[in-house]
Design a protein around this ligand. Structure first.
Ligand SMILES: [Zn+2]
Length: 175
């Protein structure tokens, strides 16, 4: 198990596993801040950085949601705790379920195609600027990888986008 730290204090846990990659599937995945990568890719910094960036996206949304959840809870506490439907107190029920917004990145990723696209584009851009896509400043080779990552985005994530459009989004600087 390796650990990388986001904003110095938030962990991303990384495990390399034997035979993790299934035919035509991803070599690595990230759930919340837990990264799993196929052992065969241990010398592929691009995949590692791609997955760690997903961990960073999780923690960034987590941090953004803290004040929003606090705001929802305070408003619910002040204005809604005096109302009930059956055994459910409206204010307290909202306070209890509001924590789920802390998992916003994972929820949005699962639910919204546009968010999933934005998330993957950023991670593939990070991957593009690490080896093996980017080695010895070889931009021709990097562009070859850009096309294959565009192909992945257009085919592997249930996102309605063409390979050409995905390629266009992969141009420009990494986040
Ligand atoms: Zn990804």
């Amino acid at each position: 198990m390796q650990i990388r730290w986001i904003y110095k204090i938030f962990p991303v846990l990384i495990r390399y596993l034997q035979g993790y990659k299934k035919e035509g599937k991803y070599a690595g995945t990230t759930n919340l801040f837990y990264v799993r990568i196929d052992q065969d890719y241990i010398n592929d910094p691009g995949i590692l950085e791609h997955e760690v960036h997903h961990g960073k996206q999780f923690w960034t949304l987590f941090l953004l949601m803290i004040p929003i959840v606090a705001f929802i809870d305070i408003i619910s506490f002040i204005y809604l705790t005096s109302y009930s439907i059956g055994i459910f107190n409206i204010g307290y029920s909202i306070i209890e379920v509001s924590w789920i917004l802390l998992l916003a990145h994972s929820l949005f990723y699962l639910l919204f195609q546009k968010y999933r696209l934005a998330s993957e584009v950023d991670c593939y851009k990070v991957q593009l600027w690490n080896p093996p896509a980017f080695t010895n400043n070889n931009l021709v080779e990097q562009d070859r990888y850009r096309w294959s990552y565009a192909q992945f985005i257009a085919t592997r994530y249930n996102i309605d986008i063409s390979k050409d459009d995905a390629y266009q989004r992969l141009l420009g600087d990494p986040p």
